[in-house]
Design a protein around this ligand. Structure first.
Ligand code: GRG
Length: 297
């Protein structure tokens, strides 16, 4: 990764962490256990990709970072809640996440469910603090994130994933694409759109950010599936090799590694193309795309 991008990502991570620290209840506030568990998972060492994308999208629209801190923190809360719940015994049943024991291993299932619920709900409390712009009011922000996190997208994708588990029937490529679009690409796209909206993006720019997000999101999940096959748990900070062990339908399982890599590269190119109207202002969004394609964790 280029040194400039490395520094940028590190710096943005710090900005996001500081915002999250300010928005989340302190651990001395009652009920202590749930606040501890919320912070445990939030500060366990994620890449902060979604909030960084919000900030970079706002930057591309000429926005001020300060106005995008609330949506950036909100999308990370939704993402972290989804990981806590995804790791539960009734879902993926995982004991490692972000290099640490999962929430239910550390705190027990009941607390993990509630910590996830609390992160889901506080996301909207935080999001409502985003300053409105000429084009977008708080209702527009809330509606945007609620739709992406709800039964038609994030939860919808998870349901299909869950139903596919343990079944001998391989999913068709169309079904698999639909799951990836719902489970992964929708929240990534929404993170990017919220960044643009908080910077008063024109409808044309918001449309471009949407198509950038959709292609990036799909490519991201394909790469995630590839890494599950090619990397170690230590490197990923979560259990590797699980998809194969559970006979899960993934891009590598359906098409093989080589074809999957090619598809991720094709989608990445499509995402680059979507940014044309941003010119130089879109530079960070371009750089993040290239980093995601080449990432090894
Ligand atoms: C409501 C019980 C209940 C469960 C909902 C919605 C949901 C559970 C789970 C979402 C599904 C999910 C985990 C999708 C995977 C998305 C993905 C590739 C996550 C990994 O993202 P990274 O690599 O993670 O950005 P870090 O840890 O770096 O933030």
């Amino acid at each position: 990764m280029a040194e400039v991008l490395k520094t940028y990502l590190k710096d943005r991570c710090k900005v996001v962490d500081k915002a999250l620290n300010g928005f989340l209840p302190e651990t001395r506030i009652r009920p202590v256990t749930v606040h501890e568990a919320m912070r445990y998972s939030i500060f366990a060492g994620g890449k902060r990709l979604r909030p960084i994308l919000s900030l970079a999208a706002a930057e591309a629209c000429g926005g001020d970072t300060e106005n995008t801190l609330a949506p950036a923190a909100a999308v990370e809360c939704i993402h972290t809640y989804s990981l806590i719940h995804d790791d539960l015994p009734c879902m993926d049943d995982d004991d490692l996440r972000r290099g640490q024991p999962t929430s239910h291993i550390k705190y027990g299932e009941g607390v993990a469910v509630l910590a996830g619920d609390a992160l889901l709900t506080i996301a909207f409390e935080i999001l409502a603090q985003t300053p409105p712009t000429k084009r977008y009011d708080v209702g527009a922000y809330v509606s945007e994130l609620a739709t992406a996190s709800g039964s038609r997208h994030l939860i919808g994708g998870q349901i299909l994933d869950l139903e596919g588990e343990g079944s001998d029937i391989q999913l068709t490529p169309t079904q698999l694409k639909y799951i990836h679009e719902s489970k992964t690409a929708a929240l990534l796209t929404s993170s990017i759109r919220l960044g643009g909206m908080s910077a008063n993006a024109t409808p044309q720019r918001l449309e471009a950010l949407t198509s950038y997000g959709k292609s990036l999101g799909l490519a991201f999940q394909i790469i995630d599936d590839i890494l599950d096959v090619t990397q170690t748990s230590e490197k990923l900070g979560k259990s590797a090799g699980k998809d194969e062990a559970t006979d899960k339908s993934t891009y590598p399982a359906l098409f093989g590694l080589e074809k999957s890599r090619k598809e991720a590269a094709r989608l990445t190119k499509k995402a680059h193309d979507a940014l044309k109207l941003f010119g130089k202002q879109g530079q960070r969004l371009h750089e993040i795309l290239d980093y995601l394609l080449d990432r090894d964790y």
